[in-house]
Design a protein around this ligand. Structure first.
Ligand SMILES: CC(C)(COP(=O)(O)OP(=O)(O)OC[C@H]1O[C@@H](n2cnc3c(N)ncnc32)[C@H](O)[C@@H]1OP(=O)(O)O)[C@@H](O)C(=O)NCCC(=O)NCCS
Length: 153
C-alpha cells in the first residue's frame, strides 16, 4: 500500500468518496472548492488503475492545531489498514508543517484510540463548534461524535 499526494484530476473522486458517507453523518459534506483549496493537504491511497480508494486531509484550525478531516475509504477497501495508514501519514504531514496538535471529530473511537489519540473535550475547540453549526446544524445535536487529539509536535 502506498500513500501519495492528490492531484487536480482527483478532485471529483475526493469529493465523491467523502460525500458518499455524509448522508450517514460519518463525514461532513465537502465541495470541489474545498478539495481544490486543500489539494496539498490531502493524502490518498490508489488502486492498481490509479483511482482513489481512500483519502484524508488536514484542515488548519489555528497556527498550532490542525484537524484531520474527510477520512474515507471505499467500502470494498475497508479493513485493509488504509484508514490507519492515512492517519499516520497525516500525523507526519502535520508534524512537518510545525503543528503541535492533530485533532479529529469522529464516531470511530477504536480507530483513533488505536492510533494513539486521546479523547478531548469538543468544548476546547469552540471554533469547531461554530464551523459545524455553519456547515450542518444537525451535526452536533444528532451526531454523538467524539473529539480526539494527538500531540504531534
Ligand atoms: C473509518 C474508516 C476510515 C476506517 O478505515 P479502514 O481502512 O477501514 O480501517 P483500517 O483497516 O485502517 O482499520 C483500522 C481499525 O479500524 C477497525 N476497523 C476497520 N474496519 C472495520 C470495520 N469494517 N468494522 C469495524 N471495525 C473496523 C479495526 O479495529 C482496525 O483496527 P486493527 O488495525 O487493530 O485491526 C473507514 O471504515 C471508512 O471510510 N468509514 C466510513 C467513513 C467514516 O466513518 N469516516 C471517518 C470519519 S472521521
Amino acid at each position: 500500500m502506498r500513500v501519495s499526494r492528490a492531484n487536480e484530476t482527483d478532485i471529483q473522486a475526493l469529493v465523491a468518496l467523502n460525500n458518499s458517507y455524509a448522508a450517514q453523518g460519518l463525514t461532513l459534506l465537502r465541495t470541489e472548492e474545498f478539495a481544490y483549496g486543500h489539494l496539498a493537504d490531502y493524502r490518498v491511497i490508489r488502486d492498481a488503475d490509479g483511482g482513489v480508494v481512500a483519502c484524508a486531509a488536514l484542515d488548519e484550525y489555528s497556527p498550532t492545531i490542525v484537524e484531520l478531516v474527510s477520512l474515507a475509504v471505499t467500502q470494498d477497501a475497508q479493513g485493509l489498514g488504509y484508514g490507519k495508514a492515512l492517519i499516520g501519514a497525516l500525523e507526519k504531514l502535520a508534524k512537518s508543517r510545525g503543528y503541535e496538535q492533530l485533532f479529529a471529530v469522529s464516531f470511530s473511537d477504536e480507530l483513533f484510540v488505536s492510533c494513539g489519540f486521546e479523547h478531548a473535550e469538543l468544548s476546547k475547540y469552540p471554533e469547531k463548534i461554530a464551523r459545524y453549526t455553519k456547515l450542518d446544524k444537525t451535526e452536533i445535536e444528532v451526531g454523538q461524535k467524539h473529539c480526539f487529539m494527538k500531540k504531534v509536535g
